[in-house]
Design a protein around this ligand. Structure first.
Ligand SMILES: Nc1ncnc2c1ncn2[C@@H]1O[C@H](COP(=O)(O)OP(=O)(O)OP(=O)(O)O)[C@@H](O)[C@H]1O
Ligand SMILES: [Mg+2]
Length: 322
């Protein structure tokens, strides 16, 4: 499937004729193949329905002349099942029924998708340098995970750790300034602030994951300035690699609309026959932010009228109590 769309800065669709292709337009993109397909996912815990028939797809979007991966957000109230669906996508939790299909058309395997947890777990008794080296080391072997326990592989891993620390550190070095961690490399994780810990957790995933990383509540417990920095960091992370896909799990509407190209609203649907909520949450509304002219913007987007209109629509129409 190949579809071509061009939007001007005001978010209006303009002709798709390539002869009129505007090279410098930031909103010029092509939608390609499906890279993630969540199909009929249900999840129960001890007979309690948490997820009901969750379905959505994420497509590969290419921007002309710009390195940019996908960013999608799942937005919902506390207890809506966001972490549950994210854990299923990451292969950390099995659905009661349904499947999650990856880019290769096969069900997602554990380890294929990186996961930055709600409480950013790093190794507390290891320095920032140590955490980053370990992540880069893990990243070197991610393709061989299934074969990791044979003696030859264990020896190879041991020798790599002993003799390749310099190469591993060179890989880490490229990212230290971008993530503002250079002056903290010799601190222990427990000596870092919340924002520094978060940046470390994100960089660890960038180093050890393949192309797909899920962030669970990356904006929670942060003041507005820190939130803006976290949004900028996620945007920069999505621009490290054209193939990088970031999934963001949040209840922060402003941040989700700012950083994403696709937004998925999650919650309970009402049974029209009884007027009562159906058991379990589902994805009940997707928003294509590129079509709204709101994808891939800098912090200026926060002041655009169409940004505020969409945030208000989501808040007042779908989540009045959030
Ligand atoms: N392992 C588990 N066993 C039993 N119930 C669970 C388990 N994990 C989650 N739940 C329940 O599933 C529901 C959804 O939980 P989940 O953590 O996915 O919500 P969430 O949307 O991430 O909430 P929050 O925004 O507060 O993080 C909750 O009612 C929770 O109690
Ligand atoms: Mg959660």
């Amino acid at each position: 499937m190949q579809r071509k769309l061009q939007l001007n800065r005001e978010g209006e669709k303009i002709m798709t004729d390539t002869a009129l292709h505007h090279k410098n337009s930031t909103l010029d993109y092509t939608v390609g193949e499906t890279i993630l397909k969540v199909q009929g996912v249900n999840k129960e815990f001890g007979g309690h329905v948490v997820l009901r028939d969750v379905n959505f797809e994420i497509q590969d979007i290419r921007r002309t002349g710009i390195t940019q991966g996908q960013v999608f957000s799942i937005l919902g109230k506390s207890g809506a099942g966001k972490t549950t669906v994210a854990s299923i996508i990451a292969g950390l939790l099995k659905p009661t029924s349904g499947t999650v299909i990856g880019k290769d058309g096969k069900p997602i395997r554990q380890g294929e998708v990186g996961f930055v947890f709600q409480n950013y777990i790093n190794f507390d008794h290891v320095t920032v340098r140590g955490n980053l080296l370990l992540s880069a080391y893990q990243g070197m072997f991610r393709e061989e995970a299934a074969d990791s326990f044979n003696p030859k592989m264990i020896l190879k891993r041991f020798l790599t750790w002993i003799f390749n620390k310099k190469i591993l550190w060179e890989k880490v070095e490229q990212y230290l300034d971008l993530f503002d961690l250079r002056i903290h490399v010799d601190k222990f994780t427990c000596e870092l602030s919340g924002g520094q810990r978060q940046r470390l957790a994100v960089l660890c995933q960038v180093l050890c994951s393949s192309e797909f990383i899920i962030f669970d509540e990356p904006f929670s417990g942060q003041d507005p300035e820190m939130k803006e920095k976290a949004c900028e960091m996620l945007i920069k992370t999505s621009q490290l690699d054209e193939y990088k896909t970031l999934g963001i799990i949040t209840h922060d509407i402003d941040c989700a609309v700012w950083v994403s190209d696709k937004l998925l609203l999650m919650g309970k649907e009402t049974d029209t026959a009884t007027g009562k909520p159906k058991p379990g949450s589902t994805v009940f509304k997707p928003y294509d932010l590129a079509e709204h002219g709101l994808a891939w913007q800098d912090a200026e987007v926060l002041r655009m009228p169409q940004f505020r209109d969409l945030v208000d629509e989501i808040k007042y129409s779908w989540f009045p109590n959030m």
